[in-house]
Design a protein around this ligand. Sequence first.
Ligand SMILES: NC(=O)c1ccc[n+]([C@@H]2O[C@H](COP(=O)([O-])OP(=O)(O)OC[C@H]3O[C@@H](n4cnc5c(N)ncnc54)[C@H](O)[C@@H]3O)[C@@H](O)[C@H]2O)c1
Length: 372
Amino acid sequence: MKIGVPKETAEGERRVALVPDVVRSLRKNEKVEVLVESGAGDAAGHPDSQYAEAGAELVGAEAARGADAVLRVAVPSAAEIGRLDSGQVLIGHLAPWTSAETNRALAQAGVTSFAMEAIPRTTRAQAMDALSSQATAAGYAATLIAARESGRFFGMMTTAAGTVPPARVLVLGAGVAGLQAVATAKRLGAVVTGFDIRRAAWEQIASLGGRPLELDFIPDAEGEGGYARPLTDEENQQVRDALGENAAKQDVIVTTAAIPGRPAPLLITAEAVRSMQPGSVIVDLAAESGGNCELTEAGRTVVENGVKVIGPRNLASEMPAPASQLYAKNLESLLGLLVSEQGELTVDFEDDILAAACITHGGEIRNERAAG
Ligand SMILES: NC(=O)c1ccc[n+]([C@@H]2O[C@H](COP(=O)([O-])OP(=O)(O)OC[C@H]3O[C@@H](n4cnc5c(N)ncnc54)[C@H](O)[C@@H]3O)[C@@H](O)[C@H]2O)c1
């Protein structure tokens, strides 16, 4: 069978679906060929020569996207889906919960598609969990952007010319990205506070050296599958009020709060931004799903009273080498469920991971949530 890795075409996308090490590992099965589009890994630091050395065949765009299984990072455009043939397998980010058009187009094209966003968050699926691997890269990148944009030392500096106190950093939402932001800010020496509406996250914040902001007037909001449940309007208001007071004390706020499939909760109001010191920075990781800060604009930096509100898009792509390395490993693990020792591609819908991640098959949208 042939696995194809086309060059990513989405604007600003620097990641690549397979890195040379993973190509080498896949090629241990002699029945598996890997076709990589020339230049696909350039932006992630992997020139064609590394792929060739690892056993890939360097090809043009058409051959890469014509393989039995096509591996991608970013959500494909309508034109790209239009170039796929019936019976091909496509694996990548597909935005299945928010892009009904993509789901319909993939079904119409007769493509068997697997969305990395739909991999279940179970212990068995951990090695395939691209949401986690890419959130790790995003949380790290967000903290570095905040540190650079704040123009402050994160750690305390004791010098002959005096002592500069450490930066105060608040991280909102302590899932995978938020915990990585806590850890990264802490390693840089900042005084870090973290907040989440799931109580279990408080201990995790503390284990990384952060101080959990224990707003215990709201009950634990841990819901189904370990995810947060949406707060009531009244609870949300209480949280916003408390965070508004706390924001004024911070030099940097990194926000990552999300509820799957819903717009991001509003946590930092415009008024709270105005209460912060000029020169402070907010990096809003939830920018693309509406933002945790009222002033966030996706893809832009808004300056209000000297406070920068940064709404980055696709932060994982800011760390193209490690993000690609982890993503490629996620894909290799998933391929392990799809490719037999004889090099045959078969989809066993009895497998809970494949059943959950498959969005379209046989001309239909198979995934109930994606269909609804
Ligand atoms: N394989 C696994 O078992 C696995 C892997 C990753 C995550 N998980 C679990 O999934 C859950 C979510 O993780 P994620 O990284 O995908 O999170 P996410 O990106 O969906 O959300 C980020 C965080 O925002 C928090 N949040 C939501 N509303 C908020 C609000 N109003 N104020 C403050 N915080 C708010 C959530 O509780 C979550 O921690 C966690 O319980 C995590 O342990 C499990």
